[in-house]
Design a protein around this ligand. Structure first.
Ligand code: FES
Length: 93
């Protein structure tokens, strides 16, 4: 996984987009809750004092740590991420 490029993880429950933001890893549901654009194709923007993941289609913003959306009613799921012995783990349950 490159330093800034998001990474797509597929599992039985769907797809997860993994982002590296300011040196930390974050995982969000890949499909935007607005119209299901792939968040893995989004970009990172700095706005209102924090880094957000911007949806590639309509630019809704998501907090990579919590999944909170800047638009009411469109929060997405954020998954806890840990790194152990150089391996990245995403807690899906
Ligand atoms: S599909 Fe993501 S903001 Fe519309």
């Amino acid at each position: 996984m490159s330093a800034q490029k998001p990474h797509l993880v597929e599992w039985a429950g769907g797809e997860i987009a993994v982002f590296r933001v300011n040196g930390a890893f974050y995982a969000l549901d890949n499909l935007c809750p607005h119209k299901e654009a792939p968040l893995v194709a989004g970009s990172q923007v700095f706005e209102d004092g924090q880094t957000w993941v911007s949806c590639p289609w309509h630019r809704f913003l998501f907090d990579p740590a919590t999944g909170r959306c800047d638009r009411a009613g469109f929060d997405t799921r954020a998954y806890p991420v840990t790194i152990e012995e150089g391996q990245l783990y995403i807690q899906v349950c």
